[in-house]
Design a protein around this ligand. Sequence first.
Ligand code: CDP
Ligand code: MG
Length: 735
Amino acid sequence: QPARAVDLVEEESGAPGEEQRRWEEARLGAASLKFGARDAASQEPKYQLVLEEEETIEFVRATQLQGDEEPAAPPPSTQAQQKESIQAVRRSLPVFPFREELLAAIADHQVLIIEGETGSGKTTQIPQYLFEEGYTKKGMKIACTQPRRVAAMSVAARVAREMGVKLGNEVGYSIRFEDCTSERTVLRYMTDGMLLREFLSEPDLASYSVVMVDEAHERTLHTDILFGLIKDVARFRPELKVLVASATLDTARFSTFFDDAPVFRIPGRRFPVDIFYTKAPEADYLEACVVSVLQIHVTQPPGDVLVFLTGQEEIEAACEMLQDRCRRLGSKIRELLVLPIYANLPSDMQARIFQPTPPGARKVVVATNIAETSLTIEGIIYVLDPGFCKQKSYNPRTGMESLTVTPCSKASANQRAGRAGRVAAGKCFRLYTAWAYQHELEETTVPEIQRTSLGNVVLLLKSLGIHDLMHFDFLDPPPYETLLLALEQLYALGALNHLGELTTSGRKMAELPVDPMLSKMVLASEKYSCSEEILTVAAMLSVNNSIFYRPKDKVVHADNARVNFFLPGGDHLVLLNVYTQWAESGYSSQWCYENFVQFRSMRRARDVREQLEGLLERVEVGLSSCQGDYIRVRKAITAGYFYHTARLTRSGYRTVKQQQTVFIHPNSSLFEEQPRWLLYHELVLTTKEFMRQVLEIESSWLLEVAPHYYKAKELEDPHAKKMPKKIGKTREELG
Ligand code: CDP
Ligand code: MG
C-alpha cells in the first residue's frame, strides 16, 4: 500500500490511470494545483524518509504570533474542568470579569460593538448575562445569530447545559429545516438566514428585546443584509438592543456603520504560537495533511491537533486515510483519535469533538472553517493549516456561481493559527511556504455579498416591501451588475413583474426557504401534477452530494451500487429513485448500508421533505404523483432551472445563454451519455467548471416553460442540419 498513491502511479506508468485521474481531478481543486506549483522551481528536496513507510514533510519555523506579555494562568485542564462545577468554568472565561461593565454599556447604548478573542465567551455567556439581567421578562426573546448551522446547534446545546435546562425549552436553536425551539424559548440561537426570515413574519422583530449579530467579521451575505435591516428597525424601536459581536479586526467598520456605536473590547488571553512553513509547496495538500498529522503525532509532546480542510468530502477522505495509516502502524504509535467536524455532521457526532481526550491518546479534529472562530475546542496545541477554504464565487457578467477551493486570506490564516494558543503555547504548521503567505494570500476575505448571486436575498427584500435596492443601506454594496442580474432572473422566473414588483407567484416563492429556482420548481409541480416527486427531488438536492458512500476499500462495490440506481433522464431521477426505494424499504438503515447510501443524509432528506410538504398548502400546491411519467417531473424541474442549461457543441458543453464551457461531473449518471441538451443544479469549479446533478432535457421544453426567456431561434440545433463541408474547411483554413 504506497503512501503516495498518485506519485507512484506516475512513476510506474508514466501517467495516472484515467479513472483515477478523474477522481483526483474532481477531488482536488484547481487552485490547489496552482497553489502547490507556485515556486516549484525550488530545488529543495520535498520529502525525507523518517518513519519506516511514512514520508515526512519539512517545515521551517519562521514567525511567532505574539502572546500576551504575561499569559494568565492557563484555564483548568479539560479533565479537571469536568470535575469542577460548570459555573466555575463560566467564571473562568475572559468575558466574566467584564460582566457588570458590559451590562452597563448595553444599558447605556442601543447599539454596542463587542470585540473579543475567539473563546472568550461572547457567544455562550453574553446572552446568558442578558437573560439573568431580565431582558427576557414579559415574554421577550433574545436572538443570537450564527453564520453556521453547526455553531448555532452546538452553542445552544452548550448554553442549555450551562443553564441546566433541556435544549428546546428556555434555550433553543433554529436553523433551516430544523426548529429546536418552543413557546418557552427565550434564548434563541439561530443562523443569520433564519433571523432574516423572521422579518417576513415580524418585520419589526417586536418580540425580541435583544438581537446579537454574532461572528460579524465573517461577513456572510445574510449577516450583511441583517445589518441594514436591523439598523432600520433600531431607529423606530429605541428599546431594542443591538449587539454586534466579532472576533477581531474591522470593528471600526461596524461602529461607523451603526452611527459610531461604541466598541467594547474584551481582552483575550493568548499564548504565543510558533509558526512553521513548508520549505516547498505541496501539490496534494490532503496527502500532505495526513503525513503531517502523523509527523506531529510521532514527534511532538502531548496536545490535540486541529486540521483545517475545506469540506465534507475532503474531511472524510482525510479521516479515512489517517485511520487507515494508524491501523497499519498499529502499536508503533500511541492512540490517535480522529474526529471530523463539518456542517452536515449529525449532532451526536458533533458532540464528540468536545469530549475530553483519554489519557495517553491524542485527538485530531479535522474541521472546516467552522473551527476558525465559531467553535472553540479545548486542548488544541497544534494547528495544521493547508491554507485553503471553499468559497463561493460569482461572475455577474455570466451569472455563473460556483464553489471553488481557494487560498484563504492572511486574516483567516492568523485566526487559524490563534486556535493553537488558547490553553498553552502552541504551534501552527502551514502547508505552504513563507513566500506564499507573504505574496499570495489576500489580506482579508472579500465579503460574501460581493461574490454571490443575490436572487434569494432580493426576493426576500422585495417581500419585505423594500423596493429601492440600489439605495439599501449596505455595509459594502454588492456589484451593481449582480443586483441587476438578480432582478432580471427573478423577472424571468415570474417572481417580479416588469416594474420590478413582487407577483403572486413571487410571494409564494419567498414563502419557501429555498433558492428561487428550487421554489419555482416546486410551484411548477402543480401544473405538471407531480408534487410528490418534486418534493423528493427538492429534498435530495438540499442534502447535496453526500448521498452515496464510497469507502476506499470497497470502491468497486460502491460504484456498482450507485450505477444500479441510474435511470434514463439523469441525476435528478437517480436521486428520486434512491429515495423512493429507501422509502419502500421502510426508511431502513440496513438498506442504506447494503446500497452504499448514507443513512444520515437520507434521514435529513426525509426531514427536509416533510418540512417542504408542510409548506405546500401555503403556496397552494396540492399533492399529486406523476405515476411513473417522468417527463412531467423533468419538465417541472426545467421550469425552475431553465437558467442553468447547457448544450453539447462540437467543442463540448456550452451554457445556452452565456456560451461558457462546462463539463459533466464524473460522478454524474450522464457522464458517459453526453446528451445534447441538459440542465444542471449547480456548477463546481475544481480543475474545470463541472456541472453537478444534471438532467437531460429537450430544447422544446425550454420554450414551453420559459417562452419569455428563450427564443426558438437560439434553441435551433446546429448539429441537426449538417453544416456544408466547404464552409467548415474554409473556416479551418482561415483559422
Ligand atoms: O464566542 P466566543 O468565541 O467568544 O466564545 P464561546 O463560544 O462563548 O466559548 C466559551 C467557552 O465555551 C469556550 O471555552 C468553549 O470551549 C466552551 N464551549 C464548549 O465547551 N462547547 C461549545 N459547544 C461551545 C463553547
Ligand atoms: Mg463565538
